[in-house]
Design a binder for this molecule. Structure first.
Ligand SMILES: Nc1ncnc2c1ncn2[C@@H]1O[C@H](COP(=O)(O)OP(=O)(O)OP(=O)(O)O)[C@@H](O)[C@H]1O
Ligand SMILES: [Mg+2]
Length: 377
């Protein structure tokens, strides 16, 4: 009987684990939130990941549980562990990807470089932080954010009034994360895979370009990067993977400051948009690597296959017609590019697919990836 992996969540990350699972002869099963999701092909169950009984029933028939997203509540994760289920990443690690305040506190203990930050519980606390930081700050809801939702640049406490009010309604113990507004030169991401035994493989540090808080493009490796910065990024990635006991893929989102320092923005403990390039651009793509890591199999070679890989997200999708309508023109645009679609209906701003191109001339690779992605506009 093949090894069974259960993925909680039916989004595109689960979808992209299917192909490498098939190649390796693994039995991948998905607990999807709804029928017809991106990973529907492997969905053996549909149900609420917040419900202990639903998740426990799904976990009964698999050898390891892993995730498409970080929103499974801690009590559900703990119940699985208590029932003897292998959960990777485990709740002790995952909490730091679930809660940005916990993450900031733990990274401070580990001595990781970060933006100035504070936990604020009221308008006076936020105003005090603003006064100490040139009147500007970034306020974040610690839990449940994605694609820039739950992140707001503010110049006054009033601009976060709704969130502060929600805090008061939630009762004691809740807080918002406030951070200095970092004047970054660019954003980078460092990925590391780690097995339960502590074996690691680290990928090249990449540049990520966000538009309206959403990842738009990734260039691998990050162009014009000082060798020293590459080393520091890798050291940060490894220190966090080991320090937090991460199993599976870890992505560390980083800011590169004007004076060439790296600051940790946030963490993801699963395959990540910043690593999609590796499907076509590395010897071992992140989705295969994640499966290897959570199963404790030997890790694959994370080296790039070509000098450059560029990944361009397809955001929104066609304003008229379907993705399928546009596929022939996209494939005709550049025969070397790879198109990945997520089986989602077009909707403004939504990530519905991505395109990767690889090669030795960065300008050409960028052009090719963008030209193919543009066929889906
Ligand atoms: N302290 C900061 N200073 C400047 N810009 C920031 C700061 N924090 C976040 N940002 C900007 O906002 C974007 C989204 O922030 P963050 O990554 O914390 O949010 P998210 O919604 O949880 O993430 P994701 O989009 O990765 O799901 C960042 O990629 C960055 O462009
Ligand atoms: Mg982010």
């Amino acid at each position: 009987m093949s090894v069974r992996i259960g993925v909680v969540g039916g989004g595109q990350l689960a979808r992209m684990m299917i192909a490498p699972a098939v190649e390796l002869g693994l039995d991948l099963r998905v607990l999807a939130e709804q029928p017809g999701m991106s990973a529907a092909l492997a969905a053996t169950a549909v149900g609420d990941y917040r419900d202990i009984d639903t998740v426990r029933a799904f976990a009964r028939d698999v050898d390891v549980i892993t995730f498409d997203h970080e929103h499974v509540p801690q009590p559900v994760l703990r119940a699985l562990v208590d029932a003897g289920v292998a959960v990777h990443p485990g709740p002790d690690a995952l909490q730091f990807a679930q809660d940005k305040l916990l993450m900031r506190a733990r990274l401070a203990e580990l001595g990781m470089p970060q933006p100035d930050w504070a936990a604020v519980t009221d308008a006076a606390g936020l105003q005090a932080f603003l006064d100490a930081h040139d009147g500007r700050a970034v306020v974040k809801t610690p839990r449940g954010g994605y694609d820039g939702k739950g992140v707001r640049v503010v110049r006054s406490a009033e601009e976060a009034e709704d969130w502060i009010r929600a805090l008061a309604e939630a009762g004691a113990g809740d807080a918002l994360l406030v951070e200095e507004l970092v004047a970054f030169r660019r954003e980078l991401a460092q990925q590391v895979a780690r097995t339960p035994a502590g074996d690691v493989a680290s990928y090249a540090v990449v540049e990520t370009v966000q538009r309206d808080g959403v990842c738009a493009e990734v260039i691998a490796p990050a162009p014009h990067t000082a060798a020293r910065l590459e080393v520091v990024a890798r050291e940060i990635g490894l220190a966090i993977a080991h320090g937090l006991g991460v199993t599976g893929m870890l992505a560390v989102e980083l800011f590169e400051t004007e004076d060439e320092r790296l600051l940790v923005n946030e963490l993801a403990m699963r395959p990540h948009n910043s690593g999609h390039w590796s499907q076509d651009g590395a010897v071992t793509g992140q989705f295969e690597q994640h499966l290897r890591a959570v199963l404790g199999l030997p890790l694959g070679d994370p080296s790039p296959r070509q000098p450059w890989a560029v990944m361009v997200n397809i955001l929104g999708g066609p304003t008229e017609g379907t993705m399928a309508d546009r596929l022939p023109a996209a494939l005709a645009e550049h025969a070397g590019a790879k198109v990945h679609t997520y089986g989602k209906d077009p909707r403004p701003g939504r990530k519905v697919g991505h395109v990767t191109a690889v090669g030795s001339d960065l300008d050409e690779v960028c052009y090719d990836a963008r030209a193919v992605a543009a066929q889906f506009d």
